[in-house]
Design a protein around this ligand. Structure first.
Ligand code: ZN
Length: 90
């Protein structure tokens, strides 16, 4: 699957040079689907919501993103709305 918009991938590439995959999972970045990180795309693992890219990641990638960002960009198993409320509340 080529030719998809890649605007959401730029941030991921910053902390991992392993972006050599061409094929994107159909459920990539979706809740409970494949991790949104192109180099990962672990199936049925995307339960961490990234409030920056508005996509879901596996726990491993989510924690990496949080470390790289130095803030709680990714939150586990929550909807976008819940995540927003949490980040506003803390
Ligand atoms: Zn991942």
């Amino acid at each position: 699957m080529r030719g998809l918009p890649e605007s959401r991938q730029g941030r991921d590439a910053e902390f991992s040079p392993m972006t050599d995959r061409d094929e994107l999972a159909r459920d990539k970045g979706q809740r409970g689907g494949s991790c949104n990180r192109t180099a990962c795309q672990m199936p049925n693992s995307a339960w961490w919501f990234n409030t920056s890219t508005q996509a879901y990641y596996c726990e491993r990638c989510a924690r990496k993103i949080n470390l790289a960002a130095g803030t709680k960009l990714c939150v586990p198993g929550w909807t976008a709305r819940e995540a927003r409320e949490e980040t506003n509340g803390t």
